[in-house]
Design a protein around this ligand. Structure first.
Ligand code: S3P
Length: 168
């Protein structure tokens, strides 16, 4: 039986996109990123989609993109980076938990805050509204449904990638 593809989940700034690229290059397998795919498909930034069309529309597009990536590539082994809220949609949760080796990149809120403030060019619509951690705390139980939990605080992306490769 083939290995399961890896799906990285976790809050904004937990390193999902960086790790997906790194893992793909180390394991010599393809990677996909739902946010990048949404921007390509909609020819618009995630931020603009949130601003102009709202979260509900964004979640619909996100669910379609996830389904399409999975349907097109399910015979392959690949790495998938999701968005911080992808698991909130029930159908997405089902696809991810039933078909992937799901990995929660567990990062503390203070570390996330530091990382996001460093990424001055990437604007996350929902971040502005979460300076009091409400969303972060609310989503922990969702993320914990992942098959594996890898703590990222005080580790380099290389170290985290090597840890994931050991459980792959
Ligand atoms: C979101 C996280 C973002 C992006 C969108 C919504 C969220 O992805 O999908 O802004 O709901 O947490 P990252 O987790 O890659 O920042």
């Amino acid at each position: 039986m083939k290995r399961k593809s890896i799906c990285l989940i976790g809050f904004m700034g937990s390193g999902k996109s960086t790790l997906a690229k790194l893992l793909a290059s180390k394991l010599l397998i393809p990677f996909f990123d739902t946010d990048a795919e949404i921007e390509k498909r909609e020819k618009d930034s995630i931020h603009e989609i949130f601003l102009g069309r709202g979260e509900k529309v964004f979640r619909k597009i996100e669910a379609q993109v996830l389904k399409d990536i999975f349907d097109k590539n399910k015979k392959e082994v690949f790495v998938l980076a999701t968005g911080g809220g992808t698991l909130e949609t029930e159908v997405n949760k089902k696809i991810i938990l039933e078909n992937f080796k799901s990995i929660y990149l567990k990062t503390s809120f203070s570390e996330i805050k530091k990382r996001i403030l460093e990424q001055k060019t990437y604007h996350r619509f929902l971040w502005r509204e979460d300076s009091d951690q409400t969303l972060f705390l609310k989503r922990q139980s969702l993320y914990r449904e992942a098959r594996h939990i890898v703590v990222t605080d005080s580790k380099t992306p290389e170290q985290v990638a090597d840890e994931i490769i050991k459980i792959f």
